[in-house]
Design a protein around this ligand. Structure first.
Ligand code: ADP
Ligand code: ZN
Length: 730
């Protein structure tokens, strides 16, 4: 009987989403659902994913073409992952093929699939011992093989034995040439000593017992301060699954995926650990991926995309630092690893642990409503104290005539640290692209009366503007709150901090970590290593340095301006500030030395800062959720962002107006307004936010509007990007 395959074509420009049917040639036995294939498409040959095999000849079958070849050595997608891609495409208003492409371990070279690395090996055969070799080269080869039993051909070539020599030995039957698979092992250099599980504290025991006795199959929210022993619970929960032959996936934010973190898992589970993240080579990724797919590795540690790891029997998924915005993919396809994890857990009847010291408002709200089970670890292990956080009021500094970007408190603390030969980290939130206007006398910030987000200052127009609803205001001459004259736009960069530091402390040794200094591969780690070896006294950096790092000699952490985080034009600015302050505070006093945190701000009375000072998430949550609920923001509503970009601003604006006009009246529309980052690589960016209480309702409205828009002539000149439940509105 004739066989057919339904193939989803992997070309982005293609608007159609349905699979195309192809003929499976008779000898093509290796084809299975989930493999990638090469197929003729129009005048080209393109890659596609086989999503179904069947015998139903389509009615329009006269033009059917045949599959050219199967690309990869083994299928890259399981039926589960194909089903997941269908769901995710619907949920995120993305194309299914983008998900399929995101799920495969790496791109092969065009038209060539992914395969294991094989090398040719020469093995000595028994009878080779007696016969007489001819020539020096043959002698050498045999002598080496007697010593080593088998050697790779490339090794033999290195020592001067040519491939031809080996081949002639093989012809004589003295040597056998075979192929051997070489594992490209990203952890080859890691030497982790075997480590045994520790005895859990009573609090940890309680949490682990709930996790191991997961009958409700509700996600667990493991809410525990840094150092409260969450990772130890993960390890022991994974061990339980391992004993049952089930796999676990552990997701960590990319930046936290440090060798120390991986080492902890390897020292517990050894060879059964696989890592998946973006810094692996394509070959390493493929080999790790195969070990997962074959069930050899049952513990997968990775960044966001590892949520698609092809495990067969999934017992547990963990999202560490579940609040991190990096779990949301900002490029196509937009997805949140948490949603994907929850979907997969349901499919496998697996357990989910969301861990954090500062849970996202969304997750804590779910716990409050009883959708998630809350597990709380309020204390650090061994009652180690959390570092004291000192808040410095920068308004007072100004009043006292002290205008430096370093307060007197911070200078004194730095001096003390240097004297003790200890180290400090000075921390700045992002670079200053989101310029807001702040009164340095009273701390007042210009905000949108309707949306509550800070207004952005535009150098070009000298106006202030809201990036949610497009409200505009004049640049004030005096502060509307206190009539002070020191009201102006604000923003300090890491370079400026470094320069000031050198001015204040001429002998100081400084390293700087930001997007500028870490562009090159490996540069980031180099700088960190220098700091770790104590070749620098101070590290200055952006939020890159806020998490995951562990420097025992760091006893001082300074936050130059909490205000830059607090006043991002983003509904989550308060939440991000609380998270950042909590995280940076966690960097101080990790070792046996006591730590101290100094936070400089113009609004010390802001609840995000007050509650972070007291390490009090619950108080923060209470205030923040009240505000969100009043303003109708998530988690009390759902948002979808429509981002329109193009070379011509007029066309972008017209496209936005059209979209707004075709969006159903039943949904709540904010904007259009320019994005806080108005232009990227020459393209103007505008956004529309659609808000509603039911995600399904707004999704349908946006889907319909987008479909209408794509039919319109405007669609040719601009790009429309949909982001369901956006995490980033810059
Ligand atoms: P978290 O993941 O919450 O930051 P960790 O699991 O890393 O916390 O624990 C913090 C430190 O305490 C680690 O050094 C860990 O080895 C240690 N630790 C964890 N649990 C225990 C325990 N029950 N007894 C002793 N030490 C522990
Ligand atoms: Zn507004």
């Amino acid at each position: 009987m004739e066989k057919f395959a339904d193939i989803i074509i992997n070309i982005h420009s293609l608007r159609v989403e349905h699979p195309f049917t192809y003929i499976v040639p008779e000898q093509m036995d290796e084809i299975v659902v989930g493999c990638r294939v090469l197929v003729p498409f129009g005048s080209r040959k393109v890659e596609g994913f086989c999503v179904r095999l069947h015998n139903q000849k389509p009615s329009t079958s006269n033009s059917l073409k045949a599959i050219v070849k199967v690309l990869d050595e083994q299928p890259l997608l399981t039926p589960e992952l194909i089903a997941l891609s269908t769901w995710a495409a619907h949920y995120y208003l993305c194309r299914q093929v983008d998900f399929l492409a995101a799920m495969v371990p790496a791109k092969g070279r065009p038209g060539i699939g992914l395969r294991a690395k094989k090398v040719k090996v020469a093995n000595l055969r028994e009878e080779g011992y007696t016969a007489q070799p001819r020539g020096k080269k043959q002698e050498l080869a045999l002598r080496l093989l007697r010593q080593n039993k088998s050697l790779t051909l490339s090794r033999l070539v290195q020592v001067g034995v040519s491939a031809a020599t080996v081949n002639s030995l093989a012809k004589k039957g003295w040597v056998e040439i075979s192929e051997q698979i070489i594992r490209r092992d990203p952890l080859a250099d890691m030497t982790a000593d075997k480590e045994e599980p520790v005895i859990l504290t009573d609090e940890q025991k309680k949490s682990l017992a709930s996790i191991n006795n997961d009958v409700l199959k509700k996600p667990f929210l493991l809410f525990g301060v840094t150092g409260s022993g969450k990772t130890e619970i993960y390890l022991q929960a994974i061990a339980k699954r391992l004993a049952q032959g089930e796999a676990s996936i552990v997701l960590v934010p990319e930046i936290a995926l440090t060798p120390q973190m991986t080492e902890r898992f390897v020292s517990r589970f050894g060879e059964r650990v696989a890592v998946l993240h973006s810094r692996l080579s394509a070959g390493e990724r493929y080999d790790e991926w195969c070990r997962v797919a074959n069930g050899e590795a049952l513990v997968v540690i990775g960044a966001r995309s590892a949520v698609f790891a092809p495990v067969q029997k999934l017992g547990l998924i963990i999202l560490d630092e579940e609040h991190e915005s990096t779990y949301k993919q900002e490029e196509r396809p937009h997805y949140h690893a948490r949603d994907i994890a929850l979907w997969r857990a349901k499919w496998h009847a697996a357990t989910v642990i969301l861990g954090s010291a500062t849970p996202s408002l969304e997750s804590f709200r779910h716990a409050e409503c009883g959708d998630y089970t809350l597990l709380h670890l309020p204390e650090r292990i061994a009652n180690r104290p959390l570092p004291p956080v000192e808040i410095v009021d920068m308004r007072q500094e100004l009043k006292d005539g002290h205008k430096s970007i370093f307060s007197r408190t911070l200078i004194a603390a730095l001096q003390e640290t240097l004297k003790q030969r200890q180290q400090a980290i000075l921390f700045l939130n992002r670079r200053g692209y989101a310029t807001f206007v702040l009164c340095r006398e009273c701390g007042h910030v210009m905000r949108c009366p309707a949306c509550n987000v800070s207004l952005k200052y535009h150098l070009s127009s000298t106006k202030l503007r809201c990036h949610y609803c497009d409200y505009t205001a004049e640049y004030p001459n005096t502060c509307p709150a206190c009539s002070g004259r020191y009201i102006r736009h604000f923003g300090t960069g890491t370079q400026k901090v470094e320069a000031e530091l050198r001015k204040q402390f001429p002998d100081i040794r400084v390293v700087r970590i930001d997007a500028d200094t870490t562009g090159k591969k490996g540069q980031h780690q180099k700088i960190l290593n220098r700091f770790k070896r104590q070749e620098a006294d101070v590290m200055v950096g952006t939020q890159m340095i806020a998490k995951g790092l562990d420097f025992p000699n760091v006893t001082l952490v300074g936050v130059i301006t909490a205000d830059t985080a607090l006043n991002l034009p983003d509904l989550r600015a308060g939440e991000r500030t609380f998270q950042l302050l909590t995280q940076v505070a966690g960097r101080a006093g990790r070792g046996s030395l006591a730590g101290k945190v100094v936070v400089q701000t113009y609004t010390p009375e802001h609840y995000a800062i007050m509650t972070a000072k007291n390490h009090d998430f619950e108080a923060f949550y209470a205030q923040e959720s009240k505000l969100r609920s009043e303003l109708g923001y998530p988690p009390f509503s759902f948002l979808i962002r429509l981002l329109v970009s193009g070379d011509n601003e007029r066309q972008v604006v017209n496209a936005c107006s059209y979209l707004v006009s075709v969006l159903a009246d039943s949904v709540d529309v904010l904007g259009p307004s320019p994005c806080p980052i108005e232009k990227v690589r020459g393209r103007y960016r505008w956004q529309i936010l659609v808000r509603g209480e039911k995600l399904d309702t707004i999704r349908q409205a946006v889907k319909a509007a987008a479909a209408d828009f794509l039919q319109s002539p405007l669609a040719g000149s601009v790009r429309l990007t949909l982001d369901v439940e956006p995490q980033n509105l810059l």
